[in-house]
Design a protein around this ligand. Structure first.
Ligand code: OAD
Length: 262
């Protein structure tokens, strides 16, 4: 867990103090300091270690549902064992001072566990599995890893058969968006709406290369809304945003909250 601190530039503090309605647009870097791997960071990123085409597409699911289900169960367990970091908590705290709308690409529940209401999970949620045929939500026990499963020794996705839907007995699938699938319509509309109404957008920990999600900060900029990026590195959005802060989420966001509290 990060213990450093950062001094934020004055123009970042000014923009945040002036804004009443703030949208936070988060990506995997938001949860990195909670121990949840990002997708594209060198060495630790999930897509550096695993093939997305074999695990996160409809074709992968059709070919080998047990492989895909096992991989998502592993990720559910990883997130379940993680805790929100000071960045998640700072965003929840910011809502005591401003109207804060959280739009996330993350399929974890760390914003919620930190106390934020997430208005849009653009890429779905690990914790909302549904029937692959009739789409009925699944609330059964088949989302737990087998007893004795040792996450530390995991090198290959475990193969675990998906449970059966309680309505139609078809296989239950992860409630996430796979490559090539459309985003959930309601989540997208809520995100569009809050971006259109925002006075400031905070973009936290995203590479900004996955569309249509990455379109949201671009739309804000096109509307004349300032966009501040918090990222440890340059992202695809960095050349366009109003201001970039090169800091981690768990360090930069608490500093932002302190500045708002004055
Ligand atoms: P990426 O893995 O593509 O990018 C993570 C970003 O977070 C990078 O820009 C890092 O520099 C930054 N980062 C890493 N650690 C950080 C920290 N502690 N604080 C701040 N920034 C940090 O993840 P996403 O942009 O979220 O989609 O990826 C977008 C989508 O691609 C995901 O939602 C997922 C993936 O395929 C689906 O699964 C549909």
């Amino acid at each position: 867990m990060a213990t450093e601190s950062v001094t934020l530039p004055g123009d970042v503090i000014d923009l945040v103090r002036q804004a009443h309605w703030i949208t936070v647009f988060s990506g995997a870097g938001m949860s990195a300091e909670s121990g949840v791997p990002t997708f594209r960071d060198a060495q630790t990123g999930l897509w550096e270690r695993f093939d997305p085409a074999a695990l996160a597409t409809v074709e992968a699911w059709d070919d080998d549902p047990a492989l895909v289900w096992g991989w998502y169960l592993w990720r559910m367990k990883l997130v379940g064992d993680a805790q929100p970091n000071p960045g998640h908590r700072a965003i929840a705290g910011l809502a005591d001072h401003r109207t804060v709308m959280v739009v996330t690409q993350n399929v974890d529940d760390l914003h919620e566990r930190a106390g934020s209401e997430v208005i849009s999970h653009l890429h779905g949620s690990l914790f909302e599995p549904r029937c692959s045929v009739c789409a009925a939500p699944y609330h059964g026990t088949g989302t737990r890893l087998p007893a004795g499963f040792d996450i530390a020794s995991y090198t290959e996705p475990p193969r675990i058969d998906p449970p059966a839907c309680h309505e139609c007995l078809s296989p239950v699938r992860p409630g996430v968006v796979w490559f090539g699938e459309p985003l959930p319509r309601d989540a997208w509309q809520r995100a569009e709406h809050t971006i259109a109404g925002s006075e400031l957008v905070l973009v936290v920990g995203t590479s900004g290369i996955v569309y249509p999600a990455a379109e949201l900060p671009e739309r804000a900029l096109a509307n004349g809304t300032p966009v501040i990026e918090f990222n440890i590195d340059e992202s695809a959005l960095s050349p366009y945003v109003t201001l970039s802060v090169r800091t981690s989420a768990a360090v930069g966001l608490p500093a932002l909250l302190d500045a708002v509290r004055g």
